[in-house]
Design a protein. Structure first.
Ligand SMILES: Nc1ncnc2c1ncn2[C@@H]1O[C@H](COP(=O)(O)OP(=O)(O)OP(=O)(O)O)[C@@H](O)[C@H]1O
Ligand SMILES: [Mg+2]
Length: 263
């Protein structure tokens, strides 16, 4: 079958009974350590879906599969009703913008880290994207601003700031699907506010999957899916899940109490 070459993706996503183990081996399937166990869900074009759950629940693994960093062991993932295996890899990835949990930056300027040397993205577009996302102020404060050279492992930029640069990169590419895997590391409250605002902007009118550790970020999601040990335990809107008195409510109360008890 000829691989589809979509000019534009609508952004309809479907997971159909997806099973996944990092150590999956066709010949010994019974040995697999399942990380995802029968995951099924649908995301309509333009919807924002949030994934929450304890560390190790399988949230990042879901996006590793969507972008085909790994292949599903069983089941199917469809984008616009076509199995993602049918797409050419570079086209698939072109349509999916990613802001990952650990942002990797090259020891190069902020500008080049955003454009990745794609000459069709102008400096002006980068400035506009940064302003739109509310991330321009911190870049303007760097020596040499957009031409400031980032250290690969240096501590000059905080985790949150690295994520903001990655937001601008994703935004400038204007993908049909946006994936945001929030950093787990501590982010100061000022940067946290910037990230919340940038999240709202970048996900607006775009199919989005937001993996959130701070539940405050995702209260407006169309649907929140709560994961535990590789399964979706419950899903619904923030309000629906609070009424259920299930896992989400428990997570929410823990975070809320922790916040209120901070000195
Ligand atoms: N590259 C890998 N190779 C083998 N096992 C992995 C790999 N990445 C993750 N795992 C395992 O898969 C399980 C799910 O991990 P995953 O990263 O999807 O969790 P998560 O929900 O994103 O957690 P966190 O909130 O800490 O980011 C964990 O048990 C983890 O140890
Ligand atoms: Mg993760």
């Amino acid at each position: 079958m000829k691989k589809p070459r979509p000019g534009k993706i609508q952004g309809y996503i479907e997971f159909k009974d997806v099973w996944f183990a990092y150590d999956y081996n066709d010949e010994q399937p019974e040995e697999a350590n399942w990380v995802l166990k029968g995951i099924s869900f649908k995301i309509l074009p333009g919807e924002i879906i949030a994934l929450v759950g304890a560390t190790g629940a399988g949230k990042s693994s879901i996006i590793n599969l969507l972008n085909r960093f790994y292949e599903v062991s069983k089941g199917e993932i469809l984008i616009d009703h076509v199995n993602i295996k049918e797409y050419k890899l570079h086209l698939l990835r072109k349509h999916i913008g990613m802001v990952l949990q650990d942002v990797f930056l090259f020891s190069d300027s902020v500008m080049n880290n955003i454009t990745l040397y794609n000459s069709s993205i102008s400096e002006k577009q980068v400035h506009e994207a940064a302003i739109k996302l509310g991330a321009s102020a911190f870049i303007e404060q760097l020596p040499e601003k957009y031409h400031f050279v980032v250290q690969e492992r240096g501590s000059v930029l905080s985790t949150g700031q690295r994520q903001l640069i990655s937001f601008i990169r994703a935004y400038a590419y204007n993908p049909s699907i946006l994936i945001l895997d929030e950093a787990t590391a501590n982010v100061d409250s000022e940067t946290e506010d910037l990230i919340t605002k940038a999240t709202e902007n970048i996900t607006s009118k775009r199919t989005s999957i937001v993996i959130a550790h701070r539940l405050a970020t995702i209260q407006n999601a169309h649907k929140i899916m709560v994961m535990d040990h590789g399964e979706i335990m419950e899903s619904g809107s923030h309000k629906e899940l609070l009424e259920k008195s299930g896992l989400y409510k428990k997570l929410f109360e823990i975070q809320f109490n922790t916040l209120n008890n901070q000195p």
